[in-house]
Design a protein around this ligand. Structure first.
Ligand code: NAD
Length: 457
């Protein structure tokens, strides 16, 4: 059997080894999931809800261990690992509260002779291939509603969050989900590719645009339902009527939280020229106040870069921007190892000829561009293939909403950023993906509506 070695990105030291799956074991797991799914779909919803409730309780009981594991394999600051676990609880609460009503049969017509109903049936066997940056969120956004709606799930966590993926699977099994109904596939892209080659009724992917496109091509002949939650280059505009200090503090957090490794991290900032200098001064002071270092220290705000190759991407973006005239205000280079470290980095005098303002950075690095008008800001915000989130900071709600209505993004924010709510659909436009999770739509997405036409004989 192949072995996967898990390293701590903050120290470079090996943390654990796990047996990895192969194409043969993936096929076996897919077959047993297929066989187990009908009984799970026939299990009363109350029993499936009880299992998820027990899973929630176990997350609370084991929070210390789970957070420590997450920090050890992803390099996420421990306080943010705990935040992720806490945030997961409210997502689970939403699914527990909403699933029954969301998938209830819907009578839509009755004229005495003819009745019409919509039934929400599970898709069947679904694959979940996921990213490492918020493994509890992106894993459970799929696993929890998919199980509640009666699907079997083949779950391939990221190879950079394998131990967390195995914890999620273990806790769900202990909570009452049959072991064949949820199965964890351990390994990297080759194991993901082996999963995509199985007969699936749905494939739910979270990761990079490049991998998403590859998966879409591979899964096309199956005509299975496909959802892709991909990257972004999320812009924010600070209008002249905004409070520059409050906006700077909020946006420094939005850009650098999770060490900038969030799909909805603020990746581009446009500031009206009248506020630019005051905003930049306060933004820089906020970033310089972030504690960088040991992710196990509860005071740490900036942790390690999870994937070593991303360091070269960040370096290249800085070099390209500086060569084209950007001003580097702080950071801009790797920090000494062991492990993968990059200094929080702020650049001004940037423009859209620079990679920094065009391609996802996925690190603690941000470009701030001065603009002269609302119109210029909207044009720049839309100058991207991505469309995950976008925000406007302004005292004027009507103006902010008018501008946001013109921006191409799945989520739009007024005076906030880098925010996900279980009550709202999470989706992207353009290269940020297709489909959605969360909200009641993100429960129904794991079902196939069946049309019932019933005539009394
Ligand atoms: P990635 O694309 O490198 O990997 C994602 C998953 O795909 C991993 O589990 C990996 O093993 C698997 N994979 C790789 N090649 C594969 C193949 N050929 N076939 C099948 N599976 C394959 O992405 P990542 O580095 O894990 O995650 C970072 C990216 O995810 C960023 O772009 C980020 O913006 C995005 N992301 C998006 C969201 C969202 O909700 N839109 C959330 C989190 C992360």
């Amino acid at each position: 059997m192949p072995t996967l070695v898990i390293f701590n990105p903050a120290t470079g030291a090996p943390v654990a080894e796990r047996l990895a799956d192969s194409a043969a074991t993936v096929a076996e797991k897919a077959a047993t999931a297929r066989a187990a799914q009908p009984a799970w779909a026939a299990t009363p919803l109350a029993q499936r809800l009880a299992a998820i409730r027990a899973f929630r309780a176990a997350l609370v009981a084991e929070a210390d261990t789970l957070a420590a594991t997450l920090t050890s394999e992803v390099g996420k600051p421990i306080a943010q690992a705990r935040n992720e676990l806490n945030g997961l609880l409210s997502r689970i609460d939403f699914f527990l509260a909403q699933t029954e009503a969301t998938i209830a049969d819907e009578p839509v017509f009755d004229d005495g002779g003819m009745r019409e109903r919509i039934e929400h049936r599970p898709l069947g066997v679904v694959g979940n291939i996921s990213a490492w940056n918020y493994p509890y969120f992106v894993g459970c956004n799929v696993i929890v509603p998919a199980l509640l709606t009666g699907n079997a799930v083949l779950y391939k966590p990221s190879e950079f969050a394998t131990l967390t993926g195995l914890h999620i699977t273990r806790l769900l099994h202990a909570a009452g989900v049959p072991s064949n109904v949820l199965q964890c596939l351990v390994g990297g892209g080759d194991v993901g590719a082996a999963l995509v080659a199985q007969r699936l009724d749905g494939l739910f992917f979270t990761g990079s645009h490049a991998t998403g496109v590859r998966i879409a091509q591979a899964v096309a002949p199956q005509l299975a339902k496909l959802q892709l939650e991909l990257g972004g280059k999320d812009p924010v505009y600070v209008r002249p009527d905004a409070d520059p200090m409050a906006a700077a503090e909020s946006l420094a957090d939005g850009a650098m939280y999770n060490t900038g490794q969030s799909c909805c991290a603020v990746e581009r900032i446009y500031v009206h020229e009248v506020l630019h200098d005051a905003f930049v001064e306060h933004f820089l002071a906020t970033v310089k106040g972030f504690k960088v270092g040991d992710p196990t220290d509860p005071a740490t705000y900036i942790g390690a870069i999870t994937r070593a190759p991303q360091l070269a991407v960040l370096e290249a973006q800085v070099a390209d921007a500086v060569a084209k005239g950007a001003k580097l205000l702080t950071g801009g280079q790797r920090l000494p190892g062991p492990g993968n470290w990059f200094a929080p980095t702020v650049l001004t005098q940037v423009n859209h000829t620079m990679e920094l303002m065009r391609e996802e950075s996925f690190g603690p690095i941000i470009g701030i561009q001065s603009v002269r008008s609302d119109g210029e800001a909207v044009a720049l915000m839309n100058d991207t293939r991505y469309g995950l989130t976008a925000g406007v900071y302004s005292k004027d709600e009507a103006k902010a909403r008018e501008l946001l209505a013109r921006v191409n993004a799945g989520s739009v924010y007024w005076n906030c950023c880098d925010r996900v709510s279980p009550r709202l659909p999470w989706s992207g436009c353009g290269d940020s993906g297709v489909g959605l999770t969360l909200s009641t739509h993100g429960i129904q997405t794991f079902t196939r509506p069946r049309a019932w036409h019933l005539r009394q004989a």
